[in-house]
Design a binder for this molecule. Structure first.
Ligand SMILES: Cc1cc2nc3c(=O)[nH]c(=O)nc-3n(C[C@H](O)[C@H](O)[C@H](O)COP(=O)(O)O)c2cc1C
Length: 231
């Protein structure tokens, strides 16, 4: 990918009043009443409490195919040749959002294939061979990113690979990775019984999504010696 001006990308994403911010919640599970969806609904509730404009979508309502070889698949006008609803999700929801929460089950210690396909399919639009590539890269950058994961196992290592992947995605796109919520459960909605309170954590993430303090320093970053409060 070409380099991009991180300062202007983040400034663009951070402009405007908090209440006007748009949050997209993507669910990567096929289960409509599953644990990822249950936590996604909690994020939505919290965000709505904060006056954030929220949209929630299931990835598999929009994606019916993996990424293909763009050389053979791309249409003569440069557009993606795959005929499903990914473009609509990507342009109207993802690019238009100031923040995105990815909600996925842990499948084989990774994201679900549905959610992974979402990331892969963006390639078609930011690749240099797409006519809108520069604008797409600009609009992919500088968002706030959150992660919500449902798993059967409670061991922290089960989701570390996914957290690392999303961190790298955030770094690559000059985005701000503001938090992770993990809930344990197997049966649909069982996550509500997790004593760690993932639904409360998810609701809080939604409520604080754009106001939560985010810092990622370098050695020379000017800063106060205190993290919270006065000097
Ligand atoms: C294909 C598949 C792979 C899974 N792999 C794991 C895994 O590696 N670790 C784990 O803790 N749970 C694993 N699970 C269990 C799910 O993460 C768990 O049931 C989760 O709550 C499902 O979320 P959902 O209700 O949003 O679909 C797997 C489930 C499926 C169907």
């Amino acid at each position: 990918m070409n380099s991009i001006d991180s300062t202007s990308a983040v400034a663009t994403a951070n402009s405007g009043a908090l209440s006007l911010r748009k949050l997209l919640i993507l669910v990567g599970s096929p289960r409509r009443e599953g644990n990822s969806a249950t936590m996604a609904q909690a994020v939505k509730l919290g965000a709505e409490e904060a006056g954030i404009q929220v949209a929630l979508h299931f990835v598999d309502d929009h994606i019916t195919s993996f990424l293909r070889d763009c050389r053979t698949c791309r249409r003569a006008d440069g557009e993606c040749g795959i005929q499903d609803r990914f473009r609509e999700l990507f342009y109207e929801q993802f690019l238009a959002a100031d923040g995105v929460v990815f909600c996925s089950p842990v499948y084989w210690y990774g994201l679900s294939a549905q959610m992974k396909a979402f990331f892969d399919r963006t390639f078609c639009y930011y690749a240099a061979s797409h006519p809108d590539s520069a604008a797409v890269m600009r609009r992919m950058s500088g968002k706030r990113i959150g992660l919500v994961l449902a798993s059967e196992e409670t061991y922290p290592g089960a989701s570390l690979g996914i957290a690392h992947q999303i961190q790298e995605y955030a770094r690559y796109t000059y985005s701000e990775f503001v938090g992770v919520v993990r809930g344990a459960g197997n049966r649909r909605g069982e996550v509500a019984e997790d004593p760690g309170g993932p639904l409360e954590q998810a609701e809080r993430m939604g409520r604080e999504f754009f106001s939560r303090k985010y810092t990622d320093y370098r050695m020379d970053t000017p800063r106060s010696p205190r993290v919270w409060g006065g000097e």
